[in-house]
Unconditional design. Structure first.
Length: 132
């Protein structure tokens, strides 16, 4: 078994595609439009599955906002330099609606450097400093 994708419902497909490609450097891998069923899909990632997990963005026609509830936690992305990534997010995400919500620093009780950002729909993304 392997993880293939995580689906996120978004309120504005193009804004979300722009955030994940321009701010986080993902590639738009493929899109599907289902007008009869009133939804569109976009798959993004750093590579295609099954070698890489993907993010599936789903836009349901006419829905601009979702209540995220309290069950979903976050998506984690490994980066080489968390502080530099936070600076890039601050610079690029302002126009796209994302934000840095926890600055780069060690995880509580440990030494791994992490930070948290949010995408335009408020989904949390943890940045974890890794060399690989």
């Amino acid at each position: 078994m392997r993880l293939l994708h995580t689906m996120l419902r978004v309120g504005n497909m193009q804004r979300s595609i722009d955030f994940y490609t321009q701010v986080l450097g993902m590639k738009l891998l493929r899109t599907t439009k289902r007008p009869a069923q009133k939804y569109d899909l976009a798959f993004l990632g750093y590579g295609s599955n099954p070698e890489h997990a993907e993010i599936e963005l789903t836009w349901n026609y006419g829905v601009e906002r979702y209540d995220q509830g309290t069950a979903f936690g976050h998506i984690a992305i490994g980066v080489r330099d968390v502080a530099a990534t936070c600076a890039a997010v601050r610079e690029k995400a302002a126009a796209l609606g994302g934000a840095v919500t926890r600055e780069a620093g060690p995880v509580q009780g440990g030494t791994t450097v992490i930070a948290f950002i949010t995408d335009p729909d408020g989904y949390k993304i943890e940045l974890i400093e890794r060399d690989d």
